[in-house]
Design a protein around this ligand. Sequence first.
Ligand code: ZN
Ligand code: ZN
Length: 339
Amino acid sequence: MKAAVFKKRDEMAVIDVPNPIAGAGEVVLKVHNCGICGSDLHAVQYGIGMAADTVMGHEFCGEIHAMGPDVNGYQLGDRVTSLPYFACGVCAWCQRDDAMHCSRLRSLGLGQLPGAYAEFVACSAASLLKLPANVSSRAGALVEPLSVGLHGVNHASIEPGMGVVVMGAGPIGLSTLIWAKAKGASAVVVSELAPGRTELAMKLGASAVVNPTESDPADAVKSITGRAPDVVFECIGVKSTLGAAIGMVGRHGQVVVIGVCLESDSIFPLTCVMKELQINFALAYTRSEFQETIDALANGTIDATPMITDVINVDEVPAMFTELKRPGTRAKVMVEFPH
Ligand SMILES: [Zn+2]
Ligand SMILES: [Zn+2]
């Protein structure tokens, strides 16, 4: 089958790889869609931990094409998405729906197991979730990034009337915006340097989009709620953005860090003490958050499809990875397979 693979630092290629086979408790999906994620771009840029010919792609959905032994509750042809990992299912973390901390977790698409920039992908049946007929396959492949936003929002307590700042209008910032609105925030101001992302953030429900070098996002919240932001979501993940979040949030405020900063950073603890802040860090998602996202897409509580700015085929993946290194207006780029 055809697959987009990591070759070496800064190099992707489309090659032929053997079709996956479903082992016990596993299914093979015929992939419908797979989204390109910022962490894919980073992984290729830095070449961290991936062997040559690694099939990437972890935000996907498809239909069940083959089933191994011991798979119950699914039929061939079922449309599903999957948590992008195999977990042990029995440890204390797995038992409490917190498999991201399972010590036997093996992830798909980032070097451990093959991912879904391919016509077929093998998944654990335990990681599957069914997609209702009214959730398109493109939306189905957004469940993963949307669940990252939901997990972050679940690390804060948002109440109606609250004012929120989302720092960063990349796919994770936009997912966080969508969920902060859905959970009842009265004002959600997005802070973003790139001008091209304003329109999309507004379409997804932002109260305002502010360039933080030109004006203070906290003032934009204040103009709506009358006070400093109650919650600030850090969805950028570079040095100094956590400090900026701490500076912006109001007294007794909440800061949630979803962005992944890969270098050491410093904060000024006195500010946190004087404001009596809560600072939480959020990693990935839980299975129940995947389900909540699917339900919200199905019943129309959220509509995330405007996030998809490009649909490409698998042959175009290497060129798109190069393209995405440059700043631009693209949000979610969706790889689509004929289905
Ligand atoms: Zn991702
Ligand atoms: Zn486990």
